[in-house]
Design a protein around this ligand. Structure first.
Ligand code: PMP
Length: 444
């Protein structure tokens, strides 16, 4: 609190207008959040002038760090020509070409305003294509904030041990309980149980949406066996397989699907393809994406009122700034750069594992490539249920402790490295983690 009087004061002021003092719920935490002023490279400064090494990079959206000079120049070049326009800009084709050339399963692509919208449109498309009403997601999967995907299962205690008939529940108030009948939840990385649930509902299931690595759910990679089996089961049952690569696209040049060698029918993307500006995208098989083409006649004008073409809106979709920033960012994220990012991530996780082995409190780091998550409380995290063993109080104390030592990760311990992350950053991070673990152990 001594270091952040400005944030404290700002919280009092903004909290009187904006519930929780933050528009993004994640950005508010007790006793009060830190408010940032600016960022450059791997560093951000708060309103009190404190510097932080930022290992979150806007929740993995900034693979080049803050204010990359080339991205900034591209945005600056667009600015005098207008930020968003009434009609499409030619820039849209450039970003589409880059994305389609990278990601193996993309024959067609559409941009959206966010990852949330990408998933929303992809699932609607899957329902339209298959004529089936239900979708399935994995336990612990995060796919944005629509009712469709903010569905989970109760902790195992409430399941009476029966993983095969999981009782879906809305993740928050305001989501109608009826939506739980339209979204099934399968246990991540459990081939047999997932297959059983998919089979039981196959004739009504349009899509299975999966993150190749559970992101917000704790950076838990799918096993290759799981993704391969889900691909085969979806084929067998006529269910579309959707990979949500909003976070995982950064793991390989062609996304996690390339690394795993598993080809989804549809893919959703976001974050890195917008270079730090708002964006999302969905795409995949040409025959499915073809539902977005007008079928001739007046359909192109009429699609909102029930014409055969699926309608997609979004005032700021395909805006010039997001496209320009995305084009430069993907251009710089070539295969060698992604490789280097992944090696930095490997180093970070290796160092942390060493720290945890010697620590008095149980903690573990998960993740792959440039992504990681530190879990305080569990001794190992291999499936999502292990995340439930997190000691919430200590995890929060750890997060606050790292902040006080000048390091940013997500409140739940998620983070990433960027092209700005140096060996010195990794060493400083590791030292801060060691000190913080010591502090929270002392505090009991
Ligand atoms: N899918 C995944 C896997 C995500 O991690 C996120 C955001 N963290 C989303 C979808 C939603 O993206 P956005 O925040 O851009 O709406």
């Amino acid at each position: 609190a001594k270091r952040t009087p400005g944030s404290k004061e700002h919280f009092a002021r903004v909290g009187a207008m904006i519930p929780a003092g933050a528009t993004r719920s994640l950005n508010s935490w007790p006793p009060y959040p830190v408010y940032l002023d600016r960022g450059a490279g791997g560093t951000v400064w708060d309103v009190d002038g404190n510097a932080y090494r930022d290992f979150l990079a806007n929740y993995t959206a900034l693979p080049l760090g803050y204010a990359d000079p080339d991205v900034t120049a591209a945005i600056r070049e667009q600015l005098p020509h207008g930020t968003s326009h009434s009609f499409s800009r030619a820039l849209e084709a450039e970003l589409a070409e880059l994305v389609v050339a990278r990601v193996p399963s993309l024959e067609r692509v559409r941009f959206t305003g966010s990852g949330t919208e990408a998933v929303m449109f992809a699932l609607r498309l899957a329902r339209a294509h298959t004529g089936r009403p239900l979708v399935a997601k994995a336990e612990g999967g995060y796919h944005g904030t629509t009712d469709d995907v903010m569905i989970s299962v109760r902790p195992p205690a409430d399941l009476a041990g029966d993983v095969r008939s999981p009782a879906s529940v809305p993740e928050m108030r305001g989501i109608p309980a009826s939506r739980t009948r339209e979204t099934l939840v399968v246990p991540f990385n459990d081939v047999a149980a997932s297959q059983e649930i998919l089979r039981a509902h196959a004739d009504r299931l349009a899509a299975l949406v999966l993150e190749p690595v559970l992101g917000v759910g704790g950076m838990i990679p799918a096993t290759a066996e799981y993704l391969t089996a889900m691909r085969a089961t979806c084929d067998e049952l006529g269910i579309l397989l959707v990979f949500d690569e909003v976070i995982t696209l950064r793991l390989a040049y062609g996304g996690a699907q390339q690394a795993y060698g598993v080809t989804p029918d549809l893919t959703t993307m976001g974050k890195i393809i917008g270079g730090g500006l708002p964006i999302g995208a969905y795409g995949g098989r040409a025959d499915i994406m073809g539902l977005l083409e007008p079928r001739g006649g007046t359909d192109v004008y009429d699609s909102r009122s029930g014409g055969p073409a699926l309608y997609q809106g979004g005032t700021f979709t395909g805006n010039a700034l997001s496209l320009a920033a995305g084009i430069v960012t993907l251009g710089k994220l070539d295969a060698a750069t992604i490789d280097a990012l992944n090696r930095t991530g490997d180093l970070l996780r290796r160092e942390l594992t060493g720290v945890f082995a010697a620590a008095a409190v149980d903690a573990v780091v998960t993740g792959v490539g440039s992504l990681f998550n530190i879990h305080v409380g569990p001794r190992r995290v291999e499936v999502f249920r292990d995340v439930r063993a997190v000691d919430a109080a200590r995890q929060h104390a750890f997060f606050l402790g790292l902040l006080n030592h000048g390091v940013i990760v997500a409140p739940r311990g998620m983070g990433c490295v960027t092209t700005c992350t140096t060996g010195d950053d990794v060493a400083a991070f590791t030292a801060a983690v060691r000190l913080t673990l010591h502090d929270i152990t002392e505090a009991g």
